[in-house]
Design a protein around this ligand. Sequence first.
Ligand SMILES: Cc1cc2nc3c(=O)[nH]c(=O)nc-3n(C[C@H](O)[C@H](O)[C@H](O)COP(=O)(O)O)c2cc1C
Length: 181
Amino acid sequence: MPVEKFFSVVNPRMVALITSISPDGKPNAMAASWHSPLSHNPPLYGVSVSPRRATHTNITKNKVFGVNLLPFELTKSIHICGRISSLRREDKLELAKLEISEGPELGVPLISQAYVAIECEVVDSRVFGDHTWFVGRVRSVLAEDVLKGDIIDLTKVKPSLYLGSERYVTVDPESEREEVV
Ligand SMILES: Cc1cc2nc3c(=O)[nH]c(=O)nc-3n(C[C@H](O)[C@H](O)[C@H](O)COP(=O)(O)O)c2cc1C
């Protein structure tokens, strides 16, 4: 397998919608599967964004972003945000049938239909190859009724994972098992 294709074999990966504010103040959302928690204390979250995305301009300028996890049922909306740039369609969010609310701490646009929505303030960024890794300090987390103890309750939430090309999967709650070492 050619090394250039490495990113295909590390799927499926959880997909998020990264929300941001355009230079003229409009909300935007793009799909991202290259994102990760980075630190407990301080609470840090990272996302890798190509400079070709409107989102890149938005985060660079406004220094904030949102991380939104949508249920599998809304995968169509996720995919619209991953295939259509706001540079091409200003009505992208309406097209994706997504509603925006303002984050409680930073006023970051968040997706109302998300089961988890996180506001981040950019504290660092660095170019790695053809993407920029933005590091955000987590400033608020909206997540209603999604936990069973300390873990995500899969009877309430069906996450959307990106498989590659135009395909997505979710997880089978029946496969959950406990391992004690
Ligand atoms: C499932 C999926 C995951 C994606 N992950 C990323 C990513 O992690 N980083 C990135 O820069 N682009 C990623 N993209 C591409 C952007 O979402 C896409 O180019 C989007 O239209 C950019 O929107 P914008 O120009 O309005 O910011 C992904 C696309 C899809 C469909």
